[in-house]
Design a protein around this ligand. Structure first.
Ligand SMILES: NC(=O)c1ccc[n+]([C@@H]2O[C@H](COP(=O)([O-])OP(=O)(O)OC[C@H]3O[C@@H](n4cnc5c(N)ncnc54)[C@H](O)[C@@H]3O)[C@@H](O)[C@H]2O)c1
Length: 317
């Protein structure tokens, strides 16, 4: 089986590539390395890496003979999309259209798309179920919604079978903390582990459905194996709802000490509460057993500790 993973050198993509290679799948990674990097795939033997933008016509050639394409490549940040909406549109919307054209031309029979819970925006309904009217609050959310719409249209018009997942807040090893647009858990973790105060935007009571990356990739691997398709988007999260302050408390337990919290102004485009309805996911994938927040944080802290030790040359593995 040949699977093309766009964005395969990124955080989620590298975990997925590793999981697929481990079970003997031939993987071709397409990544322009804008936020991903080859180091994320260190030790992954057998994946081909095409350093290429999904905006390039050459994508069509890469997709020839693919049994499935998992489309993760994107500019994945709300704040970045507020700074440069057009760049977000190009990568996320035009990139998805280009990908779907490549899938259509190559006769690929399974496209799995990464969308985002951000499409729900500020609808106060909890949990977020897939039938809610999307209310994007940012150019990023709008771009993910447009990608969903194109994917569903290609299934209808051109018979490209697809499965669109709405990821919630995915976290775990490899997620970077060292840039201005870092996600919340790596930002908290890097400062807490360095003994620095953590910075929360707003009051810290905002909640998220934090999802461990291994739980996300396990669902995608199963979707590929069973060729699961669906005519509407499907939430890929497990219905947890934790505030940022709760995450800090759990980290205090794991790290064994108090963490000082500082508050910064709330950020534009951020939603207040987010929690997935899991009904549809559970119907399509009845035998799921996700990693808990605490266990996921423990695994992430272990990885972080080992990576920091390696970076400082202490020889830990
Ligand atoms: N991490 C989350 O919590 C989360 C939540 C919701 C949705 N998502 C979606 O999941 C997907 C993966 O996100 P991630 O967290 O792994 O982010 P990431 O930035 O680590 O991965 C994205 C990858 O896409 C690559 N890329 C960007 N533009 C590209 C282009 N034009 N051509 C080829 N490659 C390109 C980047 O280099 C990177 O490797 C994205 O589509 C994102 O929108 C992620």
């Amino acid at each position: 089986m040949k699977v093309v993973v766009t964005g395969g050198a990124g955080f989620i993509g590298a975990h997925l590539t590793r999981a697929l290679v481990d079970e003997g799948t031939r993987v071709v990674v397409v990544d322009d390395m804008s936020s991903g990097c080859r180091a994320n795939l260190e030790g992954v033997v057998g994946a081909d890496i095409e350093e290429l933008s999904v905006l390039e016509p050459a994508l069509a050639q890469v997709c020839v003979g693919a049994d499935a394409i998992v489309h993760l490549a994107a500019r994945p940040s709300v704040p970045r999309s507020l700074v440069d909406p057009r760049a977000t549109h190009d990568a996320n919307v035009t990139g998805t259209l280009n990908l779907l054209e490549a899938a259509r031309q190559s006769g690929c029979q399974h496209v799995v798309l990464a969308s985002s819970s951000s499409v729900y925006g500020d609808d106060p309904t909890l949990p977020k179920h897939e039938a809610l009217l999307p209310r994007p609050l940012s150019p990023y959310a709008a771009s993910k919604l447009a990608g969903e719409a194109y994917t569903l249209a290609y299934a209808r018009c051109f018979g490209v079978p697809s499965l669109t997942f709405r990821f919630f807040n995915v976290f775990g090893p490899l997620q970077p903390a060292d840039h201005a647009y870092a996600a919340v858990i790596p930002s908290l973790l890097s400062r807490a582990m360095a003994g620095l105060p953590v910075v929360l935007h707003g009051d810290g009571q905002q909640t998220r459905d934090f999802t461990y990356v291994g739980s996300v990739t396990a669902v995608i691997v199963e979707a590929l194996r069973r060729r699961v398709v669906h005519e509407t988007p499907v939430n890929l999260a497990f219905g947890g709802r934790h505030s940022l302050l709760e995450v800090v408390r759990v980290l205090e337990g794991i790290l064994g000490g108090d963490i000082v919290v500082r508050h910064a102004p709330a950020r534009g485009g951020d939603v207040r509460h987010s929690q997935a309805s899991t009904e549809l996911l559970a119907r399509l994938f009845p035998s799921l057993s996700p990693v808990t927040l605490e266990d996921g944080l423990r695994r992430t802290v272990s990885w972080w500790t080992a990576a920091s030790a390696r970076a400082s040359g202490s020889g830990a593995s």
